[in-house]
Design a protein around this ligand. Structure first.
Ligand SMILES: *Cc1c(COP(=O)(O)O)cnc(C)c1O
Length: 423
């Protein structure tokens, strides 16, 4: 049996309708921005394997750090115990996070980072004897697939089986160009009419919605409205964090600071599943009490796994090297050039760039759904050409590892241009 035959016998894949989907491609090896399948066909990983891998596959520096840690202390429980790698991660993050962030809480993935933030927002007010139970979120947001994260997510076909079973979430429009005032007004309205505990948002770029972008000034304004009404703000930087937007965090573009930040994806350079939620001192203090009931009773078995911590440390180091920073600038400049080239194409609705993120919306006759027919056609075309891109409906985006070479990047652009001609 081939690997793919064995796979179909035993495995259940994410976001997959197994009856109608194509068989998965078995990848056996990766290096830099490249992956190879079991038949040795080469692919350019133009989406950094779901946005986790900025420094390239099988990165030697991160691998060495992990190996060393595995043979020193692979894991110890974090309840009642601590260790140097976790403390160092906190120290290093404090140097690069927005200045008001003072405490960090470890978990395992983006969804749990969000889950923790939402629970903290709700318990913050519970601990203060204030009845505030509504969470505000953007339309078309994506915050993960666990229950509270799913409740905050607005992509409805992901969550329709669970409607009516969620925590209270009220949605406001994203302040995209022309819609800013509607977004501000909606937020004020929601705060007036509900007992709001927190507002969660993907800062500047909504990833899963198809790299929808909005301006930092608008986000600053929304945060100001929340702050004036004592509503906690949660920046979900799971996708945007660690350089994707051209700055270390998307919040670095924004003049206001959030109360909490969620981190995962690129945190460990795409090696070990790990996540972090960060907090202000004020948030932490609402749980700091002689009363044990005010504690945050949340934890995961692998909290602050030392191996994940050293992978995070190596990644944070790599991100800050001059080489990596210039890679980010190089890719951004290249994207802007490509954007200029194709944005007036007859089949292009619009194109946009922020940092290493590029997206183009392609004209489509029919209303294009998330997994619609144009999407399938595009996806298969890219795979056939050896480029891994996962369009969202009619939106094709690139989010490359920062070490992607110019030559590889040009091939990705060329393939997208061919795809636009083809559809
Ligand atoms: C991917 C993502 C999540 C969920 O992270 P998982 O690790 O898949 O659970 C949450 N928020 C944002 C913004 C994401 O992009």
């Amino acid at each position: 049996m081939t690997l793919t035959e064995k796979d179909s016998q035993y495995l259940w894949h994410p976001y997959t309708q197994h009856k109608t989907s194509q068989t998965p491609i078995a990848i056996s090896r990766g290096e830099g921005a490249l992956l190879w399948d079991e038949n040795n066909k080469e692919y350019i990983d133009a989406i950094a394997s779901w946005w986790v891998n900025p420094f390239g596959h099988s990165n030697k520096i991160i691998a060495d750090a992990i190996y060393k840690q595995l043979t020193t202390l692979e894991h110890v429980l974090f309840g009642g115990f601590t260790h140097e790698p976790a403390i160092k991660v906190a120290e290093e993050l404090m140097k690069i996070l927005p200045k008001n962030q003072q405490k960090i809480f470890f978990s395992d993935n983006g969804s749990t980072a969000v889950e923790v933030a939402i629970k903290v927002a709700l318990q913050y007010f519970f601990n203060k004897n204030e009845k505030r139970t509504t969470i505000i979120a953007f339309e078309n947001a994506f915050h993960g697939d666990t229950f509270a994260a799913m409740a905050a997510s607005g992509i409805s076909f992901y969550t329709q089986a669970f409607q009516g079973m969620f925590i209270d979430v009220v949605r406001i429009p994203v302040p995209i160009k022309g819609q800013e005032q509607a977004s501000f007004d909606a937020l004020k309205d929601v705060i007036k009419n509900h007992n709001c505990a927190g507002f969660i948002f993907e800062p500047l770029v909504q990833g899963a919605a198809g790299m929808v972008m909005y301006e930092p000034e608008s986000l600053a304004k929304l945060i100001q409205i929340c702050a004036a009404n004592n509503v906690l703000t949660i920046a979900d930087e799971v996708m945007t964090g660690f350089g994707k937007t051209g700055k270390t965090f998307a919040m670095d573009y924004v003049d206001e600071n959030p109360d909490m930040i969620c981190l995962s994806k690129a945190l460990t350079g795409g090696t070990i599943p790990m996540a972090i939620t960060t907090f202000t001192q004020d948030v932490f203090d609402a749980f700091y009490d002689d009363d044990i009931n005010k504690a945050l009773f949340h934890g995961h078995t692998f909290t602050a796994n030392p191996t994940g911590c050293v992978a995070a440390l190596a990644s944070i180091d790599l991100l800050q090297t001059a080489e990596m920073q210039s890679n980010i600038e190089r890719i951004n400049a290249s994207h802007l050039k490509f954007q200029k080239k194709i944005e007036n194409h007859a089949k292009v609705i619009t194109a946009r760039t922020l940092g290493v993120i590029f997206a183009v919306e392609i004209k489509s006759e029919a209303e294009e759904s998330y997994y619609g027919s144009m999407r399938t056609k595009l996806y298969n075309f890219f795979i056939d050409k050896g480029v891994i891109l996962r369009p969202v409906g009619n939106i094709v985006y690139i989010l490359p590892p920062y070490i992607m070479t110019d030559e590889q990047l040009q091939k990705v652009y060329k393939t997208i241009e061919e795809a636009i001609e083809m559809v």
